[in-house]
Design a protein around this ligand. Sequence first.
Ligand SMILES: [Zn+2]
Ligand SMILES: [Zn+2]
Length: 275
Amino acid sequence: MGNFGLAYIYLKQALRQTGCPICRCCFDHETRYLKFLLWENVNDIGTRVRLAESLGLCGRHARQMLRLEQEDLGMTLGNSIIYESLIHLVSLKLHDMRSCAADAGVRKDWMNRLFGGLGAKASQPYSEEAQTLLAPSKGCRVCELSEEAAKHYGDTLVEMLAYDELQEMYERSDGVCLPHLRMILQGTGQALALEYLLSQAETRLQTLEDDLRNLGKKHTESHRNEPMTMNERLAVERAIAFLTGSDPPQSMKDSRMTSCVQSGGSGDGPHEELL
Ligand SMILES: [Zn+2]
Ligand SMILES: [Zn+2]
């Protein structure tokens, strides 16, 4: 078997857990970066400049970083240092924006005094230039890194699926979500592996569709007393997870407890962790 490096090891671990293996690996990748940021780089100037350019992280990653520090250290010191400077930055920008508007107001007043009542159009109080002061100039750094990592994990997964034993492992897993399936199909993976992934997804979707149909049926009067299987109970969550990607684990410390499930659940798959 080829030597796939760390991505291979992480993917193998992820295939034994619930949810899309690429979503899981990306979440862990993001967590490692955020830990490094919090423990090592809070005062690093390059990191702080990059955070300032994006006015912090996106909502999801900002909450992930907060939860990480709360759960790991029981405090929020690193976050408070980062946010103190970001809030100060936005406060400076607001001040500058008001100054710009005040300057424009003075200019407008000259015009009013000069042409008052002669059909001068009311202008916007805040110019476009002033408004752009409040917009980030770059996107969330963790989103960028996660996207790069997802491509690498996708390529590695496709290479891994050339081996029978790893195909068996994939079949016992929840499989990849639709966003990551699309990403893999845009790559240059081997046609055979791509065909395998598509056929796997099709099989899983047929099972999921049956579970959703049965779930609906068991809400009707005539079938109300029939017990629901665990897969039927989780069918809507599984559909959302497939269409939009897996939820992050509920707790940073217990990444095995995740609410995302996509497989049809043969009984020996990752669903067992939820039972
Ligand atoms: Zn995914
Ligand atoms: Zn982000």
